[in-house]
Write a protein that binds this ligand. Structure first.
Ligand SMILES: NC(=O)C1=CN([C@@H]2O[C@H](COP(=O)(O)OP(=O)(O)OC[C@H]3O[C@@H](n4cnc5c(N)ncnc54)[C@H](OP(=O)(O)O)[C@@H]3O)[C@@H](O)[C@H]2O)C=CC1
Ligand SMILES: CC(=O)N[C@@H](CCC(=O)OP(=O)(O)O)C(=O)O
Length: 346
C-alpha cells in the first residue's frame, strides 16, 4: 500500500479525498491535517466516514507528515499551498496540489490575479493535471497542478472543436453555473442557506473571475494561438455540480455527425468523459458523486453557432476525483482505480 496524506482534510475537497481513499485498494490514508479539528477523529468531523477510517486530524507539520506519507494531496486554499509544496518536494514526495498555485505557467499572470508567488521556481515543472490533455506528462510528474473546477468542465467541452479549428475562438462565450460547495467549507455570509437557497445569481461578471487566465491558458494551447473568452460564473442553490454552457461560431458547414466524430475521436478511450446521446444534454444530477465529465452539443443552424453543454461534480471531477486520477497515473497504477463508481441518482 502507498501511504497518502491529505493536507486540509476538513474542507469539502479534503473530505471527498478521504471518502474516495477509504475505498482505494492501493492507497492508504495515513495522515490528515486540520488546524481547527486537530486531535479529533476525521469521522467525528465528517460522520459520513464513520466506520471507514479511524484517522485523527492533526496540526500541519511537514516534517512529521513526511515520516508517515509518500504521496500528498494539498487541499488548502490557494496562496497557502505555495508555502508548503516546496518542502514536500525537497523531501522527495509526490504532490497533487488542488489549489491554483501552480496552474498558471506565467508567473506574472499568477501574480496579477492572485498575489506574489513565494515558490515560482516550481511552476515550470508542475504539470497541469487534466489527464485527457496531459496524460503522458502526468505519469512522469512529481508535482501536479490540479485544474480548477470551472476550467475542467469548460476546457473538456471545447477541446475537440478548438483542436480541429472548426470554431472561431474570438466568439467563445461561456455561462457556467456552480453548486455552493465550490466556495469551500469556510463560513462566509455569501454561502449561508438564506443567501443561496431558492435563488440564482451571476457573480464576478465582466472578466473578473480568477479562472479566466487558467481557462484561456489551456484554450490557447489547444488553439496554438492566444484565445480570449467571455465567461460568467453563476451560483446554483445546490451542493454539488457545475453545468457549463458554451457558445461559439462554427467556421465551416459541419453536420452533427461530423462534430460527433471529433468528440468520439478525442474521448472514446477516455474513462471519465461521456458523450451523451444526440438530442440529450448533460445534467448535474447525472454526474453527482462521480468522476465523469458529461458532454453534449447542438448546432443552431439559424445562427451557425454550436452550443456545448458540459457537466461535472465540482468536488469529484472538478477536484478530489481528478486529483486521485492524477495520483494513480503518477504511481503507475490503473488510472481508474477507486473512481469507477456510477453517479448517485436522484
Ligand atoms: N470546492 C471545490 O469545488 C474546489 C476547490 N478547489 C481548491 O481546492 C482547495 C481546497 O478547497 P476546499 O476543500 O473547497 O476548501 P475548504 O475551505 O473547504 O477547506 C480548506 C482546508 O484547508 C485547511 N486550511 C485552510 N487554511 C489553511 C492554512 N493556512 N494552513 C493549513 N491548512 C489550512 C482547512 O482546515 P483548517 O482551517 O482546520 O486547518 C481546510 O481543511 C482550494 O485551493 C480550492 O480552491 C479546486 C477545485 C474545486
Ligand atoms: C461557487 C464558487 O464560489 N466557486 C468558486 C470556484 C473556486 C474553485 O474551487 O476553484 P479554485 O480551485 O481555482 O479556487 C469560485 O467561483 O471562486
Amino acid at each position: 500500500m502507498l501511504r497518502v496524506a491529505i493536507i486540509g482534510a476538513s474542507g469539502y475537497t479534503g473530505v471527498e479525498l478521504a471518502r474516495i481513499l477509504c475505498n482505494h485498494p492501493e492507497f492508504e490514508l495515513t495522515a490528515a491535517t486540520s488546524r481547527q479539528y486537530a486531535g479529533k477523529p476525521l469521522s467525528e468531523v465528517f460522520p459520513n466516514l464513520l466506520g471507514k477510517t479511524d484517522i485523527l486530524c492533526e496540526n500541519l507539520s511537514v516534517d512529521e507528515l513526511c515520516k508517515r506519507a509518500d504521496l500528498f494531496f494539498a487541499a488548502v486554499p490557494h496562496k497557502t499551498a505555495m508555502d508548503l509544496v516546496p518542502q514536500l518536494l525537497r523531501e522527495g514526495k509526490k504532490v497533487v496540489d488542488l489549489s491554483a498555485d501552480y496552474r498558471l505557467r506565467d508567473v506574472a499572470t499568477y501574480e496579477e490575479w492572485y498575489q506574489e508567488h513565494s515558490s515560482p521556481e516550481f511552476i515550470k515543472e508542475a504539470v497541469y493535471g487534466l489527464p485527457e490533455l496531459y496524460r503522458e506528462q502526468i505519469k512522469q510528474a512529481r508535482l501536479i497542478a490540479n485544474p480548477g473546477c470551472y476550467p475542467t468542465s469548460i476546457v473538456l467541452g471545447i477541446a475537440p472543436l478548438l483542436k480541429e479549428g472548426i470554431i472561431d475562438p474570438a466568439t467563445i462565450i461561456v455561462d457556467a453555473k456552480s453548486g455552493t460547495t465550490g466556495a469551500g467549507r469556510a463560513a462566509s455570509v455569501s454561502s449561508l442557506f438564506c443567501e443561496v437557497h431558492d435563488g440564482f445569481k451571476a457573480y464576478k461578471v465582466g472578466g473578473t473571475h480568477r479562472h479566466l487566465p487558467e481557462i484561456e491558458q489551456e484554450l490557447s494551447v489547444l488553439n496554438k494561438n492566444s484565445v480570449t473568452i467571455s465567461f460568467t460564473p453563476h451560483l446554483l442553490p445546490i451542493a454539488r455540480g457545475i453545468l457549463s454552457t458554451t457558445y461559439a461560431d462554427l467556421t465551416s458547414n459541419l453536420s452533427t455527425e461530423d462534430v460527433q466524430k471529433l468528440y468520439t475521436n478525442m474521448y472514446d478511450a477516455e474513462p471519465f468523459v461521456r458523450l451523451v446521446p444526440e438530442g440529450t444534454f448533460p445534467a448535474t444530477q447525472h454526474v453527482r458523486g462521480s468522476n465523469f465529465c458529461d458532454i453534449g452539443f447542438a448546432i443552431d443552424k439559424r445562427t451557425d453557432r454550436i452550443i456545448i453543454i458540459s457537466a461535472i461534480d465540482n468536488i469529484v471531477k472538478g477536484a478530489a476525483g481528478q486529483a486521485i486520477h492524477n495520483m494513480n497515473l503518477m504511481c503507475g497504477i490503473d488510472e481508474s482505480t477507486g473512481l469507477e463508481g456510477a453517479p448517485f441518482f436522484p
